[in-house]
Structures are given as C-alpha cells and as structure tokens.
Design a protein around this ligand. Structure first.
Ligand SMILES: Nc1ncnc2c1ncn2[C@@H]1O[C@H](COP(=O)(O)OP(=O)(O)OP(=O)(O)O)[C@@H](O)[C@H]1O
Length: 295
C-alpha cells in the first residue's frame, strides 16, 4: 500500500503550526519517521489514522482519500494504530482485553474472534501470561498487548507511535524484532526519536524537524549526506578539541579521551575520518537545519 502526502498542513488553535506543508511518499514495508520531540510526528500519525483533521493539503492511503469524511471512515477499516498512550483496562487480563477490543472493532463472530486473539497472543509471545491482569505486566509486555490490539483486524497499514520509549534495552530489542516480522506485505509506519529503532527495522525513512520533512530516502542515502563529516579525535585528558562540530560520543582511553564528532574541524591533527553511522547522519542533518534557521 502506497501513501501519498502533499502539502499537508496542520495549524492548532493558538496558531501553532505543527505541520508546515509536508510532502512524503511511503512505500510498502517498514518506514521510519524520525525526529526530535515536537517535530510533528504524532500530529502526522493522528491525521493518517483519521483521528485528527488536517488544515489543508492532500493525503491518499492506497486508493482512499484521507481528506474526506467518507475516506477517513474507510481508512479506519484497513488501519491498526498503536498510540503513545494507549489506555488499557488494568483489571482485565490480556486475553479479556483483546477480546473486548475485538468486539468494539465489530468482530461479531465469537469463535473467529477468540481464535484471532489466541493467534495474536502467540505472535507477541504472551500466551503463557494471557490470564494475568494487565496491571501486573511490564512496560514491554503492555506494548506487546498494544501491538496485538492494533493487529486484530489484520490491517494493511500499521501505525506505531514511539513504541520503544521507556522500555529497557532487552525489551526494546524484542519489540523491534517483533515489528520487523510484521513488515511483509503491509505498510508499517514507525515513529521514534531513537535512531537505533530505525537502523534495525527500516530501509526507508523520513526525518522531521519543526513541522517539516527535512530528509526522505534510504538509510544509505542519509549516511551519504554525512560522508566526510565524521571524525574520531584523540586528545589528552582535560584538553578539548576545537571546531564547529557536535560531539556524538566520548570514550575514555586511560590517558586520552576519544571524541567522535560530526562537523568541521579547526585542525586535522589527531583526527581520523570515519564512516558515518545512522546517528552521525541524523546529527549532521539536524546541524544543517540549525544553521539554515540561524542564518
Ligand atoms: N492539541 C494541540 N494543541 C496545540 N498545539 C499542539 C497540540 N498537539 C501538539 N501541539 C504542538 O504541535 C507541535 C508538534 O507536536 P507533535 O506531538 O506532533 O510532535 P512529535 O514529533 O510527535 O513530538 P513528541 O515525540 O514529543 O510527541 C508541538 O509544538 C506541540 O506542542
């Protein structure tokens, strides 16, 4: 399923311009939406999910027109959505909760619904704890219940908003693996401000900042943008490297500190150019944005 977005704007009350004329094409498979807090990711996802009305522009999801009431109703039928703060019923078990959401989604055939719930519990590895109340679950387990409810209607388009925020590393990896398995022939849109989430799961991505799409392409293309701008500099303890750059990480090597930096150096002594990683590419892009804004 192909998603086309053109010149999409959203202005909230109080003249907050959350989306400033976005152009985006989202192909089949896993697509990452990366950006800092406040970039407009949730606004875009809520519009795509038909929960929020855009101010202006064009949105097509497959053949469906996301700018009309009729189109939005149709889109909801083929869509699964996991918002950042999915309200769950803490005193229901995972099985009861999924069954209840299935009823709300109009899955009237009891046998089929129960079978679907069991299949999904197995898919998200919660069959063994399906009887336990949700309030006893860890953050990662709750997120997996959330994905299961989003998949009840076997959606062609799955939208997940910041699903790994607040998870510990082990749960995050487990959740990312689960998402990767879901790609297949559906479109999965994954929003996050965590770069590794995208690196592992997605081939194509868009980067948003201040209500605009500032990059769209493959991970390889984003890495290319930062080529020749990433350095490792070794400095004695207590001496800082100089230049117009952003420090991405530091490594204490005993007597020396190794700085990984993105940007321009004042002096190339002690500096070794290195191949950019996705985080370097992202930092480079954000630096570029900043310099445009301050010119
Ligand atoms: N209901 C609202 N009324 C007014 N302004 C809003 C509303 N919702 C969001 N905003 C503003 O719109 C901008 C974009 O917010 P949005 O939540 O879409 O960003 P985001 O990239 O999803 O960030 P986060 O990761 O923090 O959720 C922000 O400046 C935010 O303060």
């Amino acid at each position: 399923m192909n998603i086309q977005i053109q010149n999409l704007t959203k202005t909230y009350r109080g003249n907050v311009q959350a989306l400033k004329g976005i152009h985006l094409t989202i192909p089949n498979g896993m697509f990452g939406l990366l950006g800092p807090n406040g970039a407009g990711k949730t606004t875009l996802m809520r519009i795509m999910a038909g929960i929020l009305r855009p101010t202006d522009g064009m949105l097509r999801i497959g053949e469906l027109n996301g700018m009309t009431e009729h189109g939005r109703t149709e889109i909801k039928r083929i869509l699964g959505y996991l918002p950042q703060d999915l309200g769950m019923y803490p005193d229901l078990s995972a099985r009861e909760f999924l069954d209840y959401i299935g009823i709300l989604k109009g899955m009237d055939n009891r046998k089929q619904r129960q079978q679907r719930v069991e299949d999904l519990l197995a898919m998200v590895a919660l069959s063994d704890v399906a009887k336990r109340k949700i309030k006893t679950f860890s953050g990662g387990m709750k997120r997996r219940v959330g994905i299961a409810q989003a998949l009840l209607n076997d959606p062609q388009l799955l939208i997940v908003d910041e699903p790994t925020a607040g998870l510990d590393p082990e749960e995050r990896i487990r959740f990312r693996n689960l998402l990767s398995d879901l790609g297949g022939d559906r479109t999965v849109l994954l929003s996050t401000h965590i770069v590794e989430d995208i690196a592992q799961a997605c081939n194509n991505l868009a980067v948003m900042n201040s209500g605009a799409v500032v990059f769209q392409g493959t991970i390889a293309q984003l890495l290319q943008e930062a080529h020749g701008k990433v350095w490792v500099i070794s400095m004695p303890n207590g001496v800082k490297p100089r230049g117009n750059f952003t420090v991405v990480s530091t490594l204490n090597m005993g007597g020396n500190i190794q700085y990984r930096v993105v940007g321009e150096l004042s002096s190339l002594s002690n500096a070794t150019p290195v191949e950019p990683g996705l985080e370097d590419g992202y930092v480079w892009l954000m630096r570029e944005q900043h310099s445009f804004q301050t010119v």
